[in-house]
Design a protein around this ligand. Structure first.
Ligand SMILES: [Zn+2]
Length: 574
């Protein structure tokens, strides 16, 4: 029988490889572990099992297979995860197969539209104006190879050529609008959003086109850059331009260079700094920082920073500092951006990267060069800049280093700096994201106890005889099935229980417990489980008894009294 696409994909992909393209996995015995991306934690409790091809977090309780992981981490539906993984595995999803039709989601239509639009823009480079665009880009230092790699294109100066092209391919006007590629005029006419612009496609982490940035070309009017508005598949506050091409290098080099625009990013990659990404038209957001954190804790900023002005940039840096990034700053020559420097001499840029300075040093340097430390007013301004950044330093040793440096340079006592620091209240931040992400699965005490007991039995199977078959009824359906399968060899597990069994086995593998504690703990769990169950039954029977008494149902009253005394007897035996 032919395998389903899902099975085929699973057999071709290794879960460890897929997950490690998102998270840094460390080997831990037969398994891999890392910090959980789905809840915040300081010690890693997220495990991946290569033998079982599953992942599980012991902190928040989330778990699943490779599909579930991609759905959770990308925040997408099953159909989209299926397409991403099919592409990765090289499995073709046949358009005729019912699975494919079912999963053709709205998101997928938008991906298709963006991909077609990207091809359309690329094709336009072959035309007359397109060739001028290529010439212009090459003059700016972008090689033809880079143009191809980053799929740069040209949107012609016509009103509707893209809309017409996509309509002919069978996409509806409102779908094209939802992809952010057209604007509807007041007279309900549709126009291409991008006209007469150099197009930089924006990719998601899997290199799928999700939006576009358009730079003005040979025109005086209009904004220098326009971007796709937020759509179902594109949210500018969540995207880092170039991350799909940079992620491996960021992890390898263990730092990420952050620049400001498309051309800076492309040129940096071209010059061998493939660990470079940029934000498109926003200051750094918490969401972007959380993504970067999966790859490295070290962030190098390569853009013009004015500590007095540019509030948005400063705010992004504050967020990064609070998120625990080690931040360094590339000191660029005045009025120059990375593109200028790299296009002239990549070696020069390399030197700048090597000489990056710590963000606190940068703040010190700029504060002391902008204000006069010998006047009271100057001192005040310097404190205004430096106190909040020192306050944000999480490491206490490091913090006292900066406090004493500041005291020395201002020629004042450290105590007074500490006092000022104490008084300072930082702006409340981090609303939303953290809390939203911290969805820890609520489990009842019985579930926790049962899981603990079964884990210990799987780890030390000799102890199975501590659970006599009369006790099986105290377990959940899944738990009972697991116990039965251990007693009776070769018993087939249901699909749901199989998953449960895998997670328990993974738990057993990573469990560390002293041998002499095992039996007492199993006994403890079993007794607690029984206690909870019996108390519940007792409560239920008492309620029923009350009802029966009200209804004067003598027969039932008698039966219930008997039942209650039986439960009480069992309870006293525990
Ligand atoms: Zn977790």
């Amino acid at each position: 029988m032919e395998r389903s696409p899902i099975e085929e994909i699973k057999s071709r992909l290794d879960i460890v490889e897929v997950i490690s393209s998102y998270l840094p996995l460390k080997k831990c015995g037969a398994n891999y572990r890392t910090l959980c991306p789905f809840h915040s934690e300081k010690t890693p409790s997220f495990f991946v099992s290569p033998t079982r091809q599953i992942w599980h977090c012991f902190g928040c309780g989330k778990s699943g297979d490779v599909f579930k992981f991609v759905m959770e981490i990308e925040g997408i539906e099953f159909g989209d995860a299926l397409r991403i993984l099919a592409k990765r595995a090289g499995v073709e999803l046949k358009p005729v197969s019912p699975e494919y039709q079912k999963l053709k989601t709205e998101r997928q239509r938008l991906y298709e539209i963006c991909e077609l639009a990207c091809k359309f823009f690329e094709k336009q480079l072959e035309g007359k104006t397109g060739k001028e665009v290529v010439k212009y880009l090459v003059e700016r230092g972008i090689s033809e190879e880079s143009i191809k790699k980053w799929r740069v294109g040209w949107a012609p100066e016509t009103k509707r050529s893209l809309v017409d092209f996509l309509s002919k391919k069978g996409y509806k006007r409102d779908e094209i609008e939802k992809a952010g590629l057209v604007i509807k005029s007041e007279t309900h006419e549709y126009f291409d959003r991008f006209r007469g612009r150099i197009i930089f496609p924006i990719f998601d982490i899997n290199s799928q086109v999700i939006g576009f940035g358009g730079r003005i070309f040979k025109k005086e009017q209009g904004a220098k850059y326009i971007n796709t508005p937020n759509t179902l598949i594109y949210d500018k506050s969540k995207v880092l331009y170039g991350l799909d091409k940079a992620k491996v290098e960021i992890r390898k080099k263990n730092f990420c260079i952050l620049v400001e625009g498309y051309t800076d990013t492309i040129l940096a990659h071209q010059a061998g700094f493939e660990n470079t990404v940029s934000v498109s038209g926003t200051a750094l957001t918490q969401y972007q920082l959380a993504i970067l954190k999966r790859y490295s804790d070290n962030l190098y900023l390569a853009f013009d920073m004015d500590i007095a002005g540019d509030f948005a940039t400063k705010r992004g840096i504050d967020l990064a500092q609070e998120a625990g990034f080690n931040i360094k700053v590339l000191i660029l020559p005045k009025e120059k951006d990375p593109a200028d420097i790299i296009s002239k001499d990549p070696k020069e840029f390399e030197k700048i990267v090597l000489n990056a300075i710590a963000i606190l040093d940068f703040y010190f340097q700029s504060a002391f060069s902008n204000f006069d430390k010998n006047t009271l007013e100057g001192k005040r301004e310097i404190l205004k800049v430096l106190l909040p950044v020192i306050k944000r330093v999480e490491n206490k040793v490091e913090q006292s280093f900066w406090v004493s440096k500041l005291a020395k340079e201002l020629d004042t006592r450290e105590e007074s700096i500490w006092e000022e620091l104490e008084k300072l209240k930082l702006e409340e931040r981090g609303i939303g994201l953290e809390r939203e992400e911290e969805k820890i699965l609520q489990r009842s005490r019985e579930e926790v106890l049962e899981e603990r007991l079964l884990t210990l039995i799987l780890k030390f199977p000799d102890n199975l005889n501590l659970i006599d078959e009369n006790s099986f009824s105290f377990f959940s359906q899944k738990g009972r099935e697991v116990l039965e399968s251990l007693k009776i060899k070769n018993k087939e597990l249901s699909l749901e229980t199989k998953e449960y069994f895998d997670i328990l086995s993974l738990r057993a593998e990573v469990e560390e417990i002293e041998k002499e504690k095992v039996i007492p703990e199993i006994k403890f769990c079993l007794r607690e489980i029984k206690l909870i169950k019996l108390k519940k039954e007792l409560e239920k029977a008492s309620k029923e008894l009350k009802k029966a008494e009200e209804e004067k149902d003598e027969k039932r009253i008698k039966a219930l009294i008997e039942k209650i005394s039986q439960i009480s007897k069992n309870l006293s035996k525990l």
